[in-house]
Design a protein around this ligand. Structure first.
Ligand SMILES: [Zn+2]
Length: 118
């Protein structure tokens, strides 16, 4: 069988049902993680970049690892654990956000950072 969206060959065990269609995992996750960000062009280019080059920089991988394990965390907590500056965090987090891997959320007066799916 084939994914009804992108046409990739999939087995029934690999298929996901969405709105009456059988989809591959990638297409299904695309739909589930529909863009909500305020900058469609940045999201678009970051996604294109992620498709071309899905690897993250070591710092981005560390940010993902810590928020997956312990998130949501504040910027200060992340910077302290990873020993990076606020600027370094902001630059790398922006990339992760545009790749729809991570996001920020407001909890009271604090901004906390977590994975996109949470
Ligand atoms: Zn597909």
């Amino acid at each position: 069988m084939k994914c009804e969206k992108c046409g990739v060959a999939i087995t029934p065990e690999e298929s996901y049902q969405h709105a009456g269609q059988s989809l591959c995992e990638d297409c299904y996750l695309d739909i589930k993680a529909a863009p909500k960000a305020c900058d469609p062009w940045a999201v678009f280019t970051a996604k294109k970049e992620a498709e071309r080059n899905p690897s993250l920089t070591p710092v981005q991988e560390q940010i993902m690892a810590i928020i997956q394990e312990k998130g949501p965390l504040s910027q200060q907590e992340i910077c302290e654990v990873l020993k990076i500056s606020e600027t370094e965090f902001k630059i790398n987090f922006t990339t992760l956000r545009h790749m729809e891997l991570a996001r920020a959320s407001r909890q009271g007066d604090n901004i906390r950072y977590t994975t996109f799916g949470e």
